[in-house]
Design a protein around this ligand. Structure first.
Ligand code: DGP
Length: 114
């Protein structure tokens, strides 16, 4: 089952996170269980539980998240190659019910993923 939305607590600064970027639409912070030398989560401030809940009104927000990801990849030194991952629903490995991109890099990443 999807756990509580712990990311809301991070957004509200109720629990600490190693924040690397924030603006009026999103926040990015290091994943607590990194799967690569660089593993950052990029989340919108707007609560969107899963990718499947996206609406037409979210198109601009999604574009913004992608731009932030590309800029963060440069800033964090993984511009030579990185992966942007989004797990949608439990079967795909989603554990937190708040849309988020994983930005991973700093090592060779194999394909296909598990
Ligand atoms: P997913 O499995 O795609 O839903 O990814 C959720 C990620 O969130 C997972 O890689 C671990 C991370 N995570 C869960 N709780 C916390 C937390 O309290 N702080 C931080 N920084 N990351 C968390």
């Amino acid at each position: 089952m999807l756990s509580q939305n712990i990311f809301l607590k991070i957004l509200d600064k109720e629990i600490p996170a190693r924040i690397v970027y924030e603006d009026d639409r999103c926040i990015a912070f290091h994943d607590v269980h990194p799967q690569a030398p660089v593993h950052v989560l990029i989340i919108p401030r707007k609560v969107i539980p899963t990718h499947a809940d996206l609406k037409a009104e979210d198109i601009e927000l999604l574009g913004h998240l992608h731009l932030v990801a590309a800029q963060l990849a440069e800033k964090l030194g993984i511009g030579d190659g990185y992966r942007l991952v989004l797990n949608c629903k439990e079967r795909a490995g989603q554990t937190v019910p708040h849309l988020h991109f994983h930005l991973l890099g700093g090592r060779d990443l194999s394909w296909p993923p598990g």
